[in-house]
Design a protein around this ligand. Structure first.
Ligand code: NAP
Ligand code: MG
Length: 493
């Protein structure tokens, strides 16, 4: 193999950009920190306008030939990419732990998750179809006319991604972009930048032509902003905060490039008195604490029936107390670090304010006294709808709990859940069919689980309502983001 995925070797040199099939080491340097220790593990070149210009030019130049590659050949390359991700799975696990601070259990999913997406979209390359239409244009009969649609690649795609699950967040853009015949410039998050370059190099190893998959590392305000505003980019696919999503929409207005957004969330979790508590307790706890709450679908707003509220709170507190905290290098650790000192301080501040506003802390809430940025999984009961901890995305391991009673009907309960600017995910825990069916209809979110929270699968569309985003990724839906429809009318008489 031409490239090495060995962590020691990869991290020993500053991480460059990847433009037109080559490593480009330009721009200033910044330390890449291990969130479990706070210590540097590598360095990162910070690109800006000139790197973005070069990467976009390479993607533009590669586009016509890549779009014309036979779908079966595109599928073959994507499947080869998947195989190489799997072949490098062990190194990818180690790199996910060091770079993103992932617990080992989740880090081990990085390569399989990425290859699952690649395989799924490889299957789509020869199923991106148009339609024939019974057109009556110009008063003609179907015998004199053929009217049909073509689905064409949207063009050069700029992808901007967050740090919380880098291989996954990046791959859920990379795979459908490649399958649709588009070319890509990826701007990974500066706080977890190792994955992007690695995957671009693995793609090259798999045989993708130069310029099809480019990476520019750098700060959002510089490299990200340059990509978003670039007049030769046809589409921006963004995952990140709602705040930056708004900046992206404005920056994209220059050439009116297409934009899709996967943004923040404050997702409600409803537990009904008939729920199976033995599975609801770990399910609801993990909905809030997975990845230390650093995920957009985090079930951070818990609504529980008053009859079982004490039992559920005690169960979650016990579960939280049993979760071992520490670096992902130790497989026994289930709670990893927050990504930066800044995030850690932000979460500590929100916990302190929740207590000040009268929420009752029944578990966790403390910063762990060790290197790195660890916070104990935290449960607040006695929460009120106007508290900050109920309203704002924490991006930390914090669940806020409120109760409901038999006096409330499904509509008013769902309205309490929907009382947020977000609409990404939600879940209902019950064994009653009517409760499940009514609540799934009433929850205003792009995704709802019954007796599970945020089930992710490449077949299922994923995205948010309200200020959680624009468009849907995953599944067939993602292909709509990366193709444009052309209507053709062919008359022969
Ligand atoms: P973020 O601050 O919005 O950053 C996301 C990406 O945007 C990073 O690559 C960032 O670059 C870049 N960026 C920042 N400012 C920019 C600008 N002015 N122009 C262009 N790009 C810019 O989000 P984050 O803190 O990394 O991630 C947490 C957020 O992402 C949460 O709100 C979470 O809910 C959301 N999220 C959503 C989903 C979803 O699917 N809906 C999934 C995961 C996370 P740098 O960081 O490198 O500076
Ligand atoms: Mg940033």
């Amino acid at each position: 193999m031409g490239i090495s995925t060995n962590p020691t070797e990869r991290l020993s040199r500053p991480q460059p950009h990847f433009i037109n099939g080559e490593r480009v080491a330009s721009g200033g340097l910044r330390d890449v920190l291990d969130p479990a220790t706070g210590k540097p593990i590598s360095q990162l070149h910070l690109g800006g306008q000139s790197e973005v210009d070069a990467a976009v030019a390479a993607a533009r130049a590669a586009l016509p030939a890549w779009a014309a590659v036979a779908p079966d050949e595109r599928a073959r390359l994507i499947l080869r990419f998947a195989e190489l991700m799997e072949a490098n799975a062990e190194n990818i696990t180690e790199l996910s732990i060091l770079d993103g601070g992932l617990p080992r259990m989740i880090a081990q999913g990085s390569a399989p998750f990425a290859s699952l997406f690649l395989r799924y979209y490889a299957g789509w390359t020869n199923k991106i179809t148009g339609k024939t239409m019974p057109s009556s244009a110009m008063g003609k009969s179907p015998n004199d006319l053929l009217a049909y649609t073509l689905r064409e690649p949207i063009g050069v795609v700029g992808a901007i991604t967050p740090w919380n699950y880098p291989y996954g967040m990046e791959m859920l853009k990379i795979a459908p972009v490649l399958a649709a015949g588009c070319t890509l410039v990826l701007k990974p998050a500066e706080d977890a930048p190792i994955a992007g370059l690695l995957m671009a190099e693995i793609a090259q190893e798999a045989g993708f032509p130069d310029g099809v998959f480019n990476v520019v590392n750098g700060l959002g305000e510089e490299a990200g902003a340059a990509l978003t505003a670039h007049d030769d980019v046809d589409k921006i696919a963004f995952t990140g905060s709602t705040e930056v999503g708004r900046i992206i929409v404005k920056a994209a207005a220059g050439n009116l490039k297409k934009v899709s957004l996967e943004l923040g969330g404050k997702s409600p979790v409803f537990v009904f008195p008939d729920a199976d508590l033995a599975s609801a307790v770990p399910g609801v706890a993990m909905a809030g604490f997975l990845l230390s709450g650093q995920n957009c679908v985090c079930g951070s707003r818990l609504f529980v029936h008053e009859k079982i509220a004490d039992d559920l709170a005690a169960g979650i507190a016990e579960f939280a107390g049993s979760m071992q905290i520490g670096p992902g290098s130790d497989p026994a650790n289930m709670i990893g670090p927050l990504i930066t000192e800044r995030q850690c301080e932000r979460v500590e501040g929100m916990i302190a304010r929740a207590e000040k506003e009268g929420a009752r802390r029944v578990s966790g809430g403390n910063r762990v006294d060790r290197d790195g940025w660890f916070i104990e999984p935290t449960l607040f009961t006695d929460c009120e709808p106007d508290m900050q901890i109920v309203r704002e995305e924490v991006f930390g391991p914090v669940i806020s709990m409120q109760t409901f009673s038999d006096d409330e009907d499904f509509e008013s309960l769902a309205a309490r859940g929907n009382d947020t600017t977000y609409g990404l995910s939600g879940s209902v825990w019950t064994r009653d069919l009517e409760t499940a069916m009514r609540m799934t209809r009433l929850i205003d979110a792009g995704q709802v689980g019954v007796n599970c929270h945020a089930a992710m699968d490449p077949t299922m569309p994923f995205g948010g309502n309200k200020q959680s985003g624009w468009g849907r990724e995953f599944g067939e839906a993602a292909l709509d983001l990366y193709t444009k429809t052309k209507a053709v009318t062919l008359s022969w008489s």
